[in-house]
Design a binder for this molecule. Structure first.
Ligand SMILES: Nc1ncnc2c1ncn2[C@@H]1O[C@H](COP(=O)(O)OP(=O)(O)OP(=O)(O)O)[C@@H](O)[C@H]1O
Length: 296
């Protein structure tokens, strides 16, 4: 299957500080990919590398089998909506659509017009007078009307209220079904991604912690609760993601493809939020390096 985004040992340094390091991922086409991580994790850096706005310090990246921003054909295949959804304040919405038509060979004027009408926006309205949410919707419209094979959205719903968030993500999902393109969108809120994404990348402290189809990730991660037990006594095929202990009880989040047969454990499924939080916890826990830390 075609890779929409493939990175090998990808890294980016700003001065002495790594913003992204040792990133190796291979995302098949046809997914809505959620890139999640806390502030400063490296999400924008990865998305800018994918759209060719930054050059890697180490490793390599290909997008739809091409070099990011590696020529007009590649640029036409990839849409990018930046975090602050920039617009030209002095131009009207209609001007933005005309500009989009001039700059993009595959421009779909019908999608653009219909979407603006559906949003109840007046094409004559100056972009500088739009609210943050309306600006984000105009930026998404420009991205969709470009008819890219991959649409990259950096924190697209950050400025939206909860209802507008839901409508925005719903509109995005409908568009992906109708026009069959891949999406990579970043957020630091898992709730935004839970309903929208079928592929997840968790990025913490400049490193990818886990990447894969959400269904597969949820099927292979479990919470084990039971009598207190040292991590060294867990089977080798149970990879510990996070651990919590009290005097008497242990709670582990583990990754395994094998059945959990030990009757001492109560096994429960995770939500996507549990899973993401476990990986965030793991990265902070690695700094503490406890063998068996007791929380009272
Ligand atoms: N132009 C830059 N110069 C120096 N450091 C930078 C630059 N851009 C980003 N960084 C640093 O790189 C790290 C990763 O930043 P990045 O913007 O990729 O994170 P992010 O996950 O998108 O964060 P947020 O959710 O806050 O947008 C941060 O520590 C940030 O301070």
């Amino acid at each position: 299957m075609t890779s929409v985004l493939a990175a090998q040992g990808l890294g980016k340094k700003y001065g002495k500080r790594w913003a992204l390091r040792e990133c190796t991922i291979d995302i098949p086409a046809g997914h809505v990919v959620g890139l999640v991580g806390p502030n400063g994790a490296g999400k924008t850096t990865l998305l800018k590398l994918a759209s060719g706005q930054l050059e890697p310090t180490t490793g390599g990246i290909t997008v739809l089998s091409g070099r990011p921003a590696g020529g007009p054909a590649q640029l036409a295949k990839v849409g990018f909506v930046a975090q602050d959804t920039p617009v030209y304040a002095g131009l009207s919405i209609a001007d933005h659509l005309r500009l989009g038509a001039r700059l993009n060979p595959g421009w779909d004027a019908v999608i653009a017009r219909e979407r603006i009408a559906r949003l109840g926006l007046d094409p004559a309205h100056r972009a500088g007078k739009l609210s943050g949410g309306q600006r984000a919707q105009v930026a998404l419209t420009l991205g969709l009307a470009k008819r890219p094979e991959l649409l990259i959205l950096d924190e697209p719903v950050a400025s939206l209220d909860p209802l507008a968030r839901r409508e925005f993500l719903q509109g995005l999902m409908e568009a992906t079904v109708e026009h069959e393109f891949s999406v990579v969108l970043s957020s630091h809120l898992v709730s935004d991604l839970e309903r929208t994404c079928d592929y997840l990348i968790v990025l913490v402290d400049s490193r990818v912690q886990i990447a894969g189809e959400t269904e597969h990730l949820l099927a292979t991660h479990h919470r084990l609760t039971g009598p207190r037990r040292d991590p060294s006594r867990l089977p080798a095929d149970q990879h510990i993601v996070s651990a919590r202990h009290t005097d008497r009880q242990s709670t582990y989040i583990i990754r395994t493809g094998a059945p959990i047969l030990d009757p001492a454990w109560t096994v429960s499924r995770l939500t996507l939020e549990d899973l993401v939080l476990a990986y965030m916890d793991k990265s902070t826990a690695a700094d503490r390096r406890p063998t068996l830390e007791v929380q009272r």
